[in-house]
Ligand binder design. Structure first.
Ligand code: NCD
Length: 304
């Protein structure tokens, strides 16, 4: 049985297949609307979410399946002290596939050890978020026509931003990717991502604090929110939260075909005027997330 705990659970070839299925779903949605009839997706969100949970639910409903679950740990037995393992053992009796989000790194892995149905990691603490990566990859592929030979800037909270860690892991396996890491000194990419992902794959990367200086090189700019919930100290958050605010002014020396991505929710990192610029792709990214989750559910359930 296959799970999606980290994006490296899929080979590049499997990711390419998911991208093709998602493109086919976009072109022929009616072909897919009964594929998951009588199948149940459980969404277990021990940590708040809007788009990821609704995206999963919308994906399953669009495939003709049903959904159940909870959106808040306080409304589950976790609030009575139940362990993740017990919750998963129980829910795998009620469902065919589980998407879970948890504040603790590694919780989906623990779940996968006891589950009798496939587990999807919908975000574990500051660690990974592989289904956001699927949405990001489809967006880059659609906008740029390729997933290789690109200069990709990551800007904001690279320390706690799990979407950043997962997307770098995915891109490390494509050729000719250059990564530009733009963050305040306090929020640089974790050492394990450097050693185990970027160095290991001989990825070309640079670190900087200056967004405007590197802007002209970028093909893709991935903006991120400063992850307030992972800070120990409110003062640090307040000091760092507005480190980078993307405005039309700052885009004046960007490539005309730059693609601006953001996993959302946005707080202040992108001025709303940028939304109307043709380079803004973050709402298309939301739509792509749903198609990729549909493709993923089909794959993990073994449905053609
Ligand atoms: C991201 C997450 O939860 O990590 N959001 C999402 O799933 N689209 C990014 C964030 O919360 O900043």
């Amino acid at each position: 049985m296959k799970n999606l705990l980290s994006i490296t659970d899929f080979s590049v070839q499997e990711i390419d297949q998911l991208l093709s299925v998602a493109q086919d779903i976009i072109a022929n949605p009616e072909k897919y609307n009964e594929k998951c009839k009588h199948k149940i997706l459980a969404t277990l969100f021990f940590e708040p979410s809007t788009r990821t949970r609704l995206s999963f639910e919308s994906a399953m409903l669009s495939l003709g399946g049903s959904v159940l679950g909870f959106s808040d740990a306080n409304s589950s037995s976790a609030s009575k002290g139940e362990s993740v393992s017990d919750t998963i053992r129980v829910v795998s009796c009620y469902s065919d596939i589980i998407a879970m989000r948890h504040p603790k790194e590694g919780a989906p892995f623990v779940a996968s050890m006891v589950s009798s149905v496939p587990i999807i990691n919908a975000g574990d603490g500051g660690h990974n978020h592989p289904t956001q990566t699927l949405a990001d990859l489809l967006t880059i592929k659609t906008e740029k026509g390729r997933l290789d030979n690109l200069t990709v800037g990551f800007c904001g909270d690279l320390k706690f931003g799990r979407t950043v860690h997962s997307l770098i892991e995915a891109l490390a396996r494509y050729k000719g990717i250059k990564v530009v890491l733009i963050s305040p000194k306090e929020l640089t990419i974790p050492d394990y991502v450097k050693s185990d992902v970027m160095d290991k794959n001989n990825m070309d990367y640079v670190e900087t604090t200056d967004l405007e200086q590197v802007m002209p090189q970028l093909d893709v700019l991935y903006m991120t929110r400063v992850q307030q919930e992972r800070f120990f100290n409110e003062d640090d958050y307040l000091r760092l939260r507005d480190s980078y605010i993307l405005t039309l002014d700052k885009l004046s020396n960007a490539k005309p075909d730059l693609s601006i991505l953001h996993p959302l929710p946005r707080v202040n990192e992108i001025a709303v005027d940028v939304d109307n610029d043709s380079r803004a792709c973050y709402f298309k990214q939301v739509a792509n997330g749903r198609y990729m989750r549909m493709a993923l559910i089909l794959k993990l359930l073994g449905i053609e």
